[in-house]
Design a protein around this ligand. Sequence first.
Ligand code: FAD
Ligand code: ZN
Length: 475
Amino acid sequence: MSDAFSRLKSVVGDKGFTEDPGEIAPHLEEWRSKYHGRSSLMLKPATTSEVAAILAICFETGTAIVPQGGNTGLVGGQIPFHGEVLLSLQRMNRVRAVDAPGMTMTLEAGVVLARAQTAAAEAGLMFPLTLGSEGSCTIGGNIATNAGGNHVLRYGMMRALVLGLEVVLADGRVLPMLKALHKDNSGYDLNQIFIGSEGTLGVVTAATLRLFAKPAETVVAFAATASPGAALGLLGHMQARTGGLLSAFELIPSIAMELLLRHIPGARDPLESPSPWYALIEVAGGGGAGLEEQVQAALADALAQGFASDAVLARSQAQAQDFWRLRDSISESQKREGASIKHDISVPVAAIPAFIEKATAAVLAKFPGARPVTFGHLGDGNLHFNFNAPPSSGDKGGDAAFLAEWDEVQLTVHDIVKEFGGSISAEHGIGAMKRDLLLRYKSTEELDAMRTLKAAFDPKNILNPGKVVPPVRRL
Ligand code: FAD
Ligand code: ZN
């Protein structure tokens, strides 16, 4: 093993690795402090050929390796649990090219998402992926997790934004697929196999991404709505009345507003009186067509038709940011309130109201006092279906007692997700956290196909071992 380590270190040179526990430590713990890993060597390659040489050595010596980007993943995928070598892509952070006429850009895996957005904006274009973690997460991580976020209903998930990839295979060979082609039916789409594979099939070193025209105008509104059913009606109404220009539609419950006002400094309810539910609506497009008036008229009709009881438009960019800050601070406010049990689920959009009703009732029947904080991307069917501990739990002991129910609450929720034809991971992935749940929620045939892929691309099981693909259950 030490021979492998010394060969790995010599490939990347002095700047390209660290064995300093202090420097490695922040890479071993993730954002929620839920997982702690261990590793004595972190490699920091600067080029694709260095990554290729690293993997060739790992393959030859059977050395396990865990790729990591910004370490913002929420399912433990980027954490080396068993002393694996850490492969940080953060030094591979060059913007290789921005092709404005072709509306594409080619970036290395370690480019931080916010910087990718800026690079697109500097060329007068837009890269639409928007996540709460965009200041830290990387393009490689976004691809490896098939990230979602706030604009999926208009632009799709990361997999819809990728045209081509450069991927290093487990044995060190490089797949050179950085093509800027919208149409390419020349055989299997190998790019898509790696998108969402969470570092278990190959290491992404660069990507060619789609860019979009920057909307001339963006209008953000905040509406009060009586129920998820009314919110669904509002969604359809706004889609129809804006000719499909909706770029976000987020659902927020009244309890989230209470938590925001209690815990987030400067948070303010944009509306005059409390409402059981709210919708944050973003419409982007325009170019002289009077988008704001169009949205205003659509909202006035929504009020008349009972989809909403009140609505307000952001009158400035700062106000629009305030509205978004409310939405993006819900997780933080939940955290400050105390313990919570979380789910990242999706169901077909039209099933959202029935799902919320059934799953909320089922959890409350078993755990009276749990406080449902159901929010998220109604526009694409993805809910962060969370429960805060009962208010009385307050102290740490109460929180611990609530968290002890995690598996039971999760089982209740996920079984209902399955009944509705949904997914137990809408956008965060499987990682370590949800791996064994797949045994319950995926068919044997799907699991067999996943294992076949894993064995084909990673025959020695050195790439992020133990993540995503559950072991065969022995009876
Ligand atoms: P990491 O956390 O470093 O890694 C994630 C996974 O990808 C791991 O399995 C890792 O092994 C693998 N990986 C990383 N880089 C590579 C590579 N180059 N090649 C192969 N495998 C690689 N996610 C959403 O989808 N939508 C959201 O709205 C959202 N909001 C968030 C808000 C906050 C505050 C936080 C902390 C997280 C949020 N996330 C969200 C989750 C997270 O930001 C995304 O999953 C993101 O795509 C991870 O990127 P990363 O660079 O941090 O990857
Ligand atoms: Zn989300």
